[in-house]
Ligand binder design. Structure first.
Ligand SMILES: Nc1ncnc2c1ncn2[C@@H]1O[C@H](COP(=O)(O)OP(=O)(O)OP(=O)(O)O)[C@@H](O)[C@H]1O
Length: 253
């Protein structure tokens, strides 16, 4: 594994009964890069992400993060190590304000867990609050910090979830279809936001169907089809690859 690889998915296979959802998956995510994983429906993208965060155990192979094998660790342990996933359907607390939403993972990161009492206790509240305010501002939601999260638009819920991820200071951010279901306007502002993170050198893995988003952001693209890697390289190499065009780009997407 190159010295600058943050994540190495090493020869991973995953079978669901007789179905080979992932076969011979070997890929490396290098420090500071945005690595896109694309492929048609059912290609195995979500399964791969779930293997990386410990939600699905591979049938064989291993995932190595920062030089340490993380296969077999629990999702919260992997999260504590610095892999943060932002979900396709935002996992937020609808009844809490935006600020409280971002304070929850900030408390959890600091204390290893979160209880509702944390909001009442004055112990280091100011520091956590300041940090949450900083990341809300970073995603452009500072003006709405006292709004109840349930009332946000879909695009803003995803921004909120990004702030909840950033407050954890991720070593690796995994984004599962960050623009799914968004208007073109919201998609463009999300791309701008992710470009800003890229300029800061944040390492990201992104699963995305929108080719405009992929080619705007990715340094490297891995293409899956039927659970196998059919291409891996720079965006322009992948775009011109006839196998990819046949399997994916020339199809419904
Ligand atoms: N828990 C499961 N049990 C059985 N089969 C599963 C399970 N999860 C996924 N699969 C199957 O594994 C294959 C890969 O699914 P996966 O969701 O990883 O694909 P994907 O590339 O993320 O697709 P999409 O773009 O539609 O989200 C599919 O054939 C799917 O039906």
């Amino acid at each position: 594994m190159p010295a600058n690889a943050v994540l190495h998915v090493a020869d991973v296979h995953k079978n669901f009964g007789g179905l080979h959802a992932l076969s011979d998956i070997d890929l490396q995510v290098e420090e500071g890069t945005t690595h896109a994983i694309i492929g048609p429906n059912g290609a195995g993208k979500s399964t791969l992400l779930n293997v990386c965060i410990g939600r699905i155990a591979p049938s064989s192979g291993a995932v190595v993060f920062d030089g340490e094998v993380i296969t077999g660790k629990k999702p919260h342990e992997i999260n504590q190590m610095g892999i943060v996933r932002v979900f396709q359907t935002p996992e937020i607390f609808p009844d809490l304000t935006l600020l409280q939403n971002v304070m929850v993972p900030a408390f959890a990161k600091r204390d290893g867990s979160f209880t509702v009492n944390a909001f009442q206790s004055a112990n280091n509240q100011a520091e956590i609050r300041e940090e949450a305010e900083h990341w809300l501002a970073d995603v452009g939601l500072d003006a709405q910090r006292d709004t109840i999260a349930a009332s946000l638009s879909r695009g803003d819920k995803r921004r909120l979830e990004l702030a909840m991820g950033l407050v954890q200071h991720p070593r690796l951010l995994l984004l599962d279809e960050p623009t799914a279901g968004m208007s073109r306007h919201d998609t463009n502002s999300t791309v701008d936001l992710l470009k800003k993170f890229k300029e800061r050198g944040m390492t990201k893995v992104i699963i995305e169907h929108d080719m405009h988003v992929v080619f705007s952001l990715a340094d490297r693209v891995t293409v899956l089809a039927q659970g196998r890697i059919i291409a891996d390289g720079k965006p322009e190499e992948v775009r011109g690859n006839p196998v990819v065009q046949e399997a994916y780009l020339g199809g419904a997407h």
